[in-house]
Design a protein around this ligand. Structure first.
Ligand SMILES: Cc1ncc(COP(=O)(O)O)c(C=O)c1O
Length: 409
């Protein structure tokens, strides 16, 4: 059978939705300057779907700086992979600054977070090793696990008993040259809960292992100085390899891992997605440095993010919404219902109230549940929050099924 013909018969779990709702529910186009007020289908909307947590991407000084470095360097340099012709003083300076920010001795820049972490996991373990990961880990960790040739096992989400069981099993089966790598997230991006890092780290005494934490949602947002979920939980030193991306609080592209120098040296020579791929262009490197400098200089941006998060969350809870007990700014509202209900909520909010939210249903969340995820940022104002709460009040009966019940009665 022709491969292309066969693909039509297996659209994949998201394929059906992407073709049906293209441009609306999936692949929507948010236009205009980045921020909480953008345009969707030509209409003004208040946006709760972008991960620009600190409102960095829309700040005039950031946009000005981006324009200056684009003009100075252009987007082509440096050409080639870091290992060959793509290195620069600026790449190395950024790595030093990132390491200092997250309180680790050394850092390695990654051209993309997803491929970067996948490839880091692949590089770290060999066939004698054990790779243990949380079942709710981001797709990049799951894919990294597929690449890795170690023996893999999964533990129930944030379940210390299940985790210890996997650790104990790995130790029992270990050969003298076996090592254990554990991978989890700092702040889980869908549910907003934090990894149980402290409890996990405590088990190192009984069953030694190395811990890699994907803190995509925590870098810049968590901890008194923005250095992440480990700092927030008071166990940062127990994280052996810290992963952060620029895709969220930095409002940019690229990522990094931070760890001991001997490990970054190993990774620089062994992470295939970096060795065999073009390095990050200079304007991006310089823009990342600028963002980092500003994030460090402005802790009040993080404070504003948290004030907005609490205000939004409390408002929704007061109205009776089931807001999952998130511990990072991600605000997930869970309700019972079908894909149709999820689409109806998104449509009503966008068309009747000018509120842009993203919703997810099965297969991302269990069948029969709808998750509306709101991402507060430091750039949202009280007016944005109040308008959004008013809109959620207006659609309450529909969300809780009272309207449908009234109609069918
Ligand atoms: C938890 C987590 N890890 C990794 C990534 C991938 O990062 P990037 O967008 O930089 O490729 C994401 C998404 O951005 C994420 O949410």
């Amino acid at each position: 059978m022709d491969l292309f013909d066969k693909l039509q018969g297996r659209p994949g779990p998201l394929g059906e939705f992407t073709s049906e709702g293209y441009g609306y529910y999936t692949f929507p186009k948010l236009e205009g300057p980045l921020g909480p007020e953008m345009k969707f289908n030509g209409k003004d909307v208040i946006v709760w779907s972008i991960n620009d947590y600190l409102g960095v991407g829309g700040r005039p000084e950031v946009k000005e700086f981006d324009a200056q470095v684009a003009e100075k360097y252009g987007f082509s340099v440096p050409m080639g992979a870091r290992l060959m012709t793509g290195n620069s003083d600026q790449h190395e300076a950024l790595e030093e600054e990132l390491a200092d920010f997250v309180h680790k001795p050394s850092a390695m820049l990654l051209n993309y977070g997803y491929q970067g972490i996948m490839s880091v996991i692949h590089a770290l373990v060999d066939r004698n090793d054990f790779l243990i990961y949380d079942e709710l880990s981001h797709a990049c960790i799951v894919d990294g696990k597929q690449l890795a040739i170690a023996e893999k096992s999964v533990f129930k989400h944030n379940d210390i008993v299940s985790f210890e069981k996997q650790l104990e099993r790995a130790h029992r089966k270990a050969k003298p040259n076996s090592s254990i790598l554990v991978v989890t997230e700092g702040a889980f991006g869908m549910t907003g809960d934090l990894g149980i890092l402290k409890e996990m780290i405590a088990l190192k005494k009984k069953y030694p292992f190395r811990l890699l934490v994907d803190d995509a949602h925590g870098v810049g947002t968590m901890g008194s100085d923005g250095s992440g979920t480990g700092t927030h939980l008071g166990c940062h030193d127990g994280i052996d390899i810290y992963f952060g991306t620029f895709a969220k609080a930095f409002a940019l592209i690229g990522a990094f891992v931070a760890t001991e120098k001997r490990v970054t040296e190993f990774l620089k020579a062994n992470v295939r997605s970096q060795i065999f791929a073009k390095s990050v262009p200079l304007p991006i490197v310089e823009s990342a440095r600028k963002r980092l400098e500003l994030i460090r200089k402005h802790p009040e941006w993080r404070e504003q993010l948290w004030r907005n998060t609490h205000k939004l969350r409390q408002g929704l809870i007061n109205m009776g919404y089931n807001v999952l007990p998130a511990e990072c700014p991600v605000t997930p509202v869970l309700t019972q219902g079908s894909t149709e209900l999820c689409q109806l909520i998104m449509r009503k909010l966008r068309e009747e109230h000018g509120i842009f939210v993203s919703g997810v249903t099965y297969p991302v969340v269990p069948k029969g549940t709808v998750l509306i995820r709101l991402i507060p940022t430091a750039a949202h104002t009280d007016i944005h929050i109040q308008k959004t709460l008013n809109a959620f009040e207006a659609i309450k009966d529909m969300v809780f099924g009272k309207e449908t019940k009234k109609k069918t009665a």
